[in-house]
Write a protein that binds this ligand. Structure first.
Ligand code: CP
Ligand code: NVA
Length: 297
């Protein structure tokens, strides 16, 4: 059984196929009479809504399950929750604190499991990011994306996705917030990322400039230290001037206006953050069509 725990679960041609399906209109009967369980240990606006609406567009029924309700590994083991949900649903999506929970769900292997964000990766976001870049430039191969900030879950999946699509991935992170050796090795398996020593080095000439919050969900206790450590890593208009003249700005959102990025960039002419957010739904639909159609027939 195929799962989607990280974007490199896809081969390069499968990624291309999922992106094509994301641009196609919905098959409104694919999930007729079927459910998709959406388990959230952490809050969400975009991921919940995009997944729910993608399931609706395919004729299915999404069921949102909050952490207090399902109590993964408190009320019931991850494996038992997965087995129970597999009795009702065609697929299970999960947003979890520990990536191992998504892996344990996938190991049950009864229905396809989709990672809706873990401490390690955010592959559904990366699909929408690539779709947005493709819509802008008409191609991915040879294009460059510069990520400024924390080498976090969003950066990791984006780096893997860029590697699969034969894009150049550059990153500048403050000391102590870089990818570790294991992350770099996994990304480099697909394509060597360019690790830069300053935001300006990363951004110079780039086609897309990307950033994310300095403090991710679950790291709230570190917020003050991080704000200090990320000084000089804000994306502002001056930094954007170093990118290609046609460069776009991307952010997974939610944004912390005035921290990792200024209002002028978020709301400026190069910003594609709203089409990018809307693409979460199209990418979710494309992934579901692939995963519940041709990948697991
Ligand atoms: N980008 C993203 O995943 O947003 P949510 O946390 O609101 O789902
Ligand atoms: N890196 C962020 C992404 C939110 C969509 C987090 O994990 O909180």
């Amino acid at each position: 059984m195929r799962h989607f725990t990280e974007i490199d679960d896809l081969s390069p041609s499968e990624l291309e196929r999922v992106l094509d399906l994301s641009s196609a209109s919905a098959s409104p009967t694919l999930l007729a009479g079927k459910g998709v369980a959406l388990i959230f240990e952490k809050p969400s606006a975009r991921t919940r809504n995009s997944m729910e609406m993608a399931v609706v567009q395919l004729g299915g029924h999404p069921v949102y399950i909050g952490n207090e309700e399902v109590g993964l590994n408190r009320r019931e083991s991850t494996e038992d929750v997965t087995r129970a949900m597999a009795g009702f649903h065609a697929a299970i999506g999960a947003r979890v604190y520990s990536h191992s929970v998504v892996e344990r769900m996938a190991a049950v292997d009864q229905v396809p499991v989709i990672n809706l964000l873990s401490d390690i990766g955010h592959p559904m976001q990366a699909l929408a990011d690539l779709l947005t870049i493709h819509q802008e430039f008409g191609t991915l191969k040879g294009r460059s994306v510069a990520y400024v900030g924390d080498a976090n879950n969003v950066a990791f999946s984006l780096a893997l996705g860029a590697g699969l699509a034969q894009m150049e991935f550059r990153i500048a992170s403050p000391a102590g917030y870089e990818f570790d050796e294991a992350d770099l090795a996994r990304i480099s398996n697909l394509r060597e990322p360019l690790v830069c020593d300053s935001p300006i080095a990363a951004v110079t000439g780039a086609d897309a400039v990307y950033t994310d919050a300095w403090t991710s969900m679950g790291q709230e206790a570190e917020a003050e230290t991080r704000t200090r450590d990320f000084e000089g890593f804000q994306v502002d208009e001056k930094l954007m001037e170093s990118a290609a003249s046609t460069a776009i700005f991307l952010h997974c959102l939610p944004a912390h206006r005035g921290e990792e990025v200024t209002d002028a960039v978020l709301d400026g002419p190069n910003s594609r953050i709203w089409p990018q957010a809307a693409n979460r739904m199209h990418a979710a639909r494309g992934l579901l069509v692939w995963l519940l159609g041709e990948a697991n027939r």
